[in-house]
Design a protein around this ligand. Structure first.
Ligand SMILES: C[S@@+](CC[C@H](N)C(=O)[O-])C[C@H]1O[C@@H](n2cnc3c(N)ncnc32)[C@H](O)[C@@H]1O
Length: 208
């Protein structure tokens, strides 16, 4: 009986010692400046807030310029690129056509990319600083009251949603230019094809 009691006592002391060492070493690790706390990563900053309506695929630069030329963009325009990717259309609208340009993009990584791209564009052309903006947002929730030109490179289903949900709210005279896909039953005012390398690209223009 005494042997059993002694065994239980020794086992309890060993267990308590082990537990104390363990919590001490964890505390030391957390408090040690060599082990700074991990940054708190907000999942909202990594993931798009919902599945994008089109994958990221950049419009070739020559097609970007053609789209903005077809829309006759000038410095009095407010251009919204809905689904702005790396920001190239908005940057060209501000830098080469003098417009105010806003890129709307759902993917936070692409917003970061367009911010990097816009910084180097601003370094070359400082006057565009106040004319260029990127907003991380679902394009279907964007206020487009000030838009005079809308640029698109999405998928057919997204364009149909644009036709039913966005087009009716746009001001008369707003121009829409879309790379690759049309707007369903809404007949375009102009259609152009442009060859870049060995590929042909189609651009549609509507003047509402
Ligand atoms: C084909 S890329 C076009 C990128 C750019 N406009 C261009 O032409 O180079 C389509 C972009 O739309 C974005 N996108 C898709 N659905 C969106 C939504 N609901 N709201 C905002 N951006 C969206 C995607 O993340 C992607 O970057």
């Amino acid at each position: 009986m005494r042997t059993l009691l002694r065994f239980v006592l020794i086992a309890s002391i060993t267990l308590l010692t082990l537990l104390a060492c363990n919590s001490l070493s964890l505390k030391t690790t957390l408090e040690n400046p060599k082990f700074p706390p991990l940054p708190i990563v907000n999942l909202k900053d990594i993931e798009p807030e919902r599945t994008p309506d089109a994958p990221y695929l950049p419009t070739p630069q020559a097609v970007v310029l053609k789209m903005l030329e077809m829309a006759k963009v000038t410095e009095s325009d407010v251009v919204y690129d809905l689904g702005s990717g790396d920001g190239r259309i908005a940057i060209a609208a501000a830098q080469k056509f003098g417009a105010k340009a806003i890129g709307i993009e759902i993917d936070p990584e692409l917003i970061r990319e367009s911010t990097r791209e816009s910084k180097s564009a601003i370094a070359q052309t400082p006057e565009i600083r106040d004319r260029l903006k990127f907003i991380r947002q679902d394009l279907f929730k964007t206020d487009l009251d000030k838009a005079t030109v809308i640029t698109l490179y999405l998928l057919p289903e997204a364009n149909l949603r644009i036709l039913s949900e966005i087009v009716p709210k746009l001001k008369a005279g707003t121009r829409i230019v879309s790379h690759e896909y049309d707007l369903g039953d809404l007949a375009p005012n102009q259609t152009e094809t442009i060859k870049v390398g060995d590929r042909e690209y189609t651009i549609y223009l509507w003047v509402l």
